[in-house]
Ligand binder design. Structure first.
Ligand code: PXL
Length: 286
């Protein structure tokens, strides 16, 4: 039997609303990957669409957890970061990587900062620069369009985009992250939506597009990024993984839409998990 891969997922726990760790843990486990976690904060709900949520910052716990793991020689195939509770946490995650990432550990940073042209209100203006520093240590970054413009310190532009603009963004992001770039929310018209990928090293670029499903569903970025990492851990190429993640995200949105649930409650990513297991079997995907 093949060795089981192990990932450390570093995100918040939003106790209600399906995003960050409550998406990453079940999805990666379903993909057969041992998924350990460092919670960055505990919130009663995510911040998108609920008022009065509780927020408990866990900054002080992050390094002691990593120190303990290091003392126990626990090794990771990947470290996957998402929503970080504060600017300070971006520096701390760098120190976590010094402790738990081997040379061959894949570091994937989802630079969760905003959506729809806006920085999430929990972050101040200095946050994107700090996130840029963390992206410099990543082998893969997965920004959405809002996060791409924030990382590049440019004003947000809404789509549809030209191919030249997507190319320009990829080039800019590749100066921030030496590894692979997977830019989500790419669309050239209103009918389709997908991701543009740029491989670190070769600079090879591809665009994967899928039919657009209307409506803004919360947590789709986490479903996309978790599927992307699952596929990379199963040795799919970057563009194959980007395509598989798009397929699974569309499937989750379509399932949610059919159930007529509140958009802020998150997507029903659970229903199709048995299908995800099949999609990740490489021999069937080809
Ligand atoms: O899905 C990204 C995310 C993660 N964690 C928290 C959030 C959000 C997006 O709003 O509020 C707490």
């Amino acid at each position: 039997m093949e060795r089981q891969k192990r990932v450390a997922a570093i995100h918040d726990i939003s106790c209600f609303g399906k995003c960050s760790l409550t998406v990453a843990l079940p999805m990666l486990s379903c993909a057969g990957i041992e998924t350990c976690c460092i919670p960055t904060a505990v919130l009663s709900t995510h911040t998108g669409g609920f008022s009065g949520y509780t927020y408990h910052d866990l900054t002080a716990d992050i390094l002691p957890i990593a120190d303990h793991w290091k003392s126990q020689q626990i090794q990771f195939d990947a470290v996957y970061t998402g929503f970080l509770g504060s600017r300070e946490q971006t520096d701390i995650i760098g120190r976590v990587l010094d402790r738990i990432a081997r040379e061959d550990t894949l570091v994937m940073v989802d630079p969760v900062m905003g959506d729809d042209g806006r920085l999430y209100p929990v972050f101040d203006e200095s946050f994107p620069a700090a996130m840029r520093g963390l992206c410099a240590r990543a082998h893969v970054i997965v920004p959405n369009m809002t996060e791409a413009y924030l990382l590049l310190d440019e004003p947000y532009q809404a789509g549809p985009y030209s191919e030249a603009e997507i190319d320009r963004l990829l080039t800019g992001l590749s100066r921030i992250c030496p590894g692979h770039v997977v830019l989500t929310g790419v669309h050239f018209d209103e009918a389709s939506l997908g991701a543009a990928t740029m491989e670190g090293g070769t600079g090879r670029r591809e665009v994967v597009l899928r039919r657009k499903v209307d409506g803004f569903y919360h947590g789709t970025g986490d479903v996309y990024a978790s599927t992307l990492l699952a596929a990379l851990m199963h040795d799919f190429s970057l563009s194959e993984a980007a395509g598989l993640a798009a397929d699974y995200t569309v499937l989750s949105i379509e399932t949610t839409k059919a159930m007529d649930k509140e958009l802020r409650y998150g997507v029903n990513f659970e229903y199709n998990l048995p299908k995800l297991m099949q999609m990740l079997k490489k021999e069937q995907a080809q």
